[in-house]
Design a protein around this ligand. Structure first.
Ligand code: PLP
Length: 411
């Protein structure tokens, strides 16, 4: 089986060549990833050559508009959806906010929705507020020990007038991939549509949204090697039913009706660099292939296999310590279930450990990561926070060793 060429991968990220970042091992990727060179180059080109109103009559303007279209077309194809099903917004939180307004306009009092306590607040708070408009909000709870969502619990909640099920592809705390296809099938059978937060999952391989079958899929490109945008896919059958949230004269434009803010031209154009990066990875490892979604799947497979291999020693190290609790399922580690987002509680406060780790050249995050409900459900105090060690496919075994040494010295 082809393995990820980590040296090639790292040449694609200028951050690894910056003097200030030498020797610094980056483990706060779930907060925001490094940006690939292709995106930075496009952003620079846009601001230097194309920073004019796009879709106009002169070349700089047309080039800018074409590049924005290119980003949408190529990313949609990589994720196996139609071009006009993909929209860019300022962030995932903004995208869910608009979606919730649209659902509020569409649902009627007495309708019900399901939310979880495994989500980042972005995919739960806005939906819970629909309760103020007479919508019944049902909560799909994680179990208190491992933080997992069970399908049988969902089955019990799906009785009656359920119109929407919101859940994460993967939690930003417990790092466990949920069986999206199975959950979507259950929701659809009950007559509901689904909204999946993929922010914690997409950095580990762009999803095949067509195959997942969900009606809505959201993720943040600034955590996925790209510019600071929220990427939202709403499948046509639902998008055309949701009431327009944009200017009235844009009601018929699928790519505008759910993103009322003026688009960030440069960042959208630069998002085409995410597709360049995936294609560069594919070409380097496998050569040519005209099937775009297949290229994305193959690259995702490479990413996940490398991450699995790199994650195993860290989980083993943490499991062997009796002063650490890994939040989530620390017993099962199968190639398709756990991403390298590992939140722990230790004997010392998370913030103090994070600060000490910085002295060891290790960049990690501490806090509640806006997953206050998940952390609370697991019996931890969100105010105390947790230490989160998160990495992606560009992380090396040596950096994980550096992390473990740092943890040994600071926990
Ligand atoms: C799982 C998850 N969902 C949603 C968000 C919100 O994303 P954004 O910052 O683009 O609003 C985050 C951000 O940390 C996240 O980790």
């Amino acid at each position: 089986m082809t393995e990820l060429d980590i040296d090639f991968v790292r040449t694609q990220f200028p951050a690894f060549f910056q003097p200030l970042l030498q020797g610094q091992a980056f483990f706060e990727n779930a907060g925001g990833s490094y940006t690939c060179g292709q995106v930075i180059d496009r952003l620079h080109r846009f601001y230097t050559e194309r920073k004019v109103q796009p879709y106009g009559f002169f070349k700089a303007s047309q080039d800018g508009g074409d590049e924005m279209d290119e980003a949408r077309t190529r990313l949609a194809a990589l994720m196996n959806v139609e071009t006009d099903e993909l929209s860019f917004g300022p962030s995932t939180s903004q995208n869910t906010y608009i979606l919730a307004q649209a659902f509020a306009d569409m649902l009627a009092p007495g309708d019900a929705i399901i939310v979880t306590d495994q989500d980042h607040e972005a995919n739960t708070g806005v939906w819970r507020r629909l309760g103020d408009r007479g919508i019944e909000v049902r909560e799909w709870h994680v179990d208190h020990e491992l933080g997992q969502l069970s399908s049988s619990d969902l089955g019990k909640l799906l009785e009656g007038p359920i119109k929407l099920v919101c859940f994460p592809h993967c939690s930003n705390i417990v790092g466990q991939e949920n069986p999206v296809g199975e959950i979507v099938a259950m929701a659809h059978a009950a007559g509901a549509v689904t909204c999946v937060d993929g922010v914690s999952m997409a950095p580990h391989g762009l999803p095949d949204i067509g195959a997942l079958g969900t009606d809505i899929y959201l993720f943040s490109s600034y955590k996925t090697y790209g510019p600071h945008q929220g990427i939202m896919v709403v499948r046509r059958t639902l998008a055309d039913r949701l009431p327009n949230q944009a200017h009235f004269f844009n009601a018929a434009a699928r790519t505008k009706r759910l993103t009322p803010a003026g688009p960030d031209h440069a960042q959208i154009a630069a998002a085409a660099g995410m597709a360049d990066y995936i294609d560069a990875l594919y070409a380097h490892h496998f050569g040519e292939n005209d099937d775009t979604a297949a290229r994305a799947r193959a690259v995702a497979g490479l990413q996940r296999a490398h991450e699995d291999k790199t994650l195993a020693p860290l989980l083993e190290f943490l499991r062997c310590r009796n002063d650490v609790r890994i939040l989530g399922n620390n017993h099962i580690h199968t190639p398709t279930s756990r991403v390298p987002t590992v939140a722990i509680c230790a004997a010392r406060p998370a913030e103090a450990i994070a600060r000490d780790l910085a002295d060891h050249g290790i960049m990690v995050g501490a806090g509640d990561f806006y997953a206050v409900r998940t952390i609370g459900a697991l019996g931890c105090d969100p105010k105390e926070g947790v230490l989160r060690l998160s990495f992606v496919h560009y992380t090396t075994d040596a950096e994980v060793v550096q992390l473990m040494k740092g943890l040994d010295a600071t926990l």
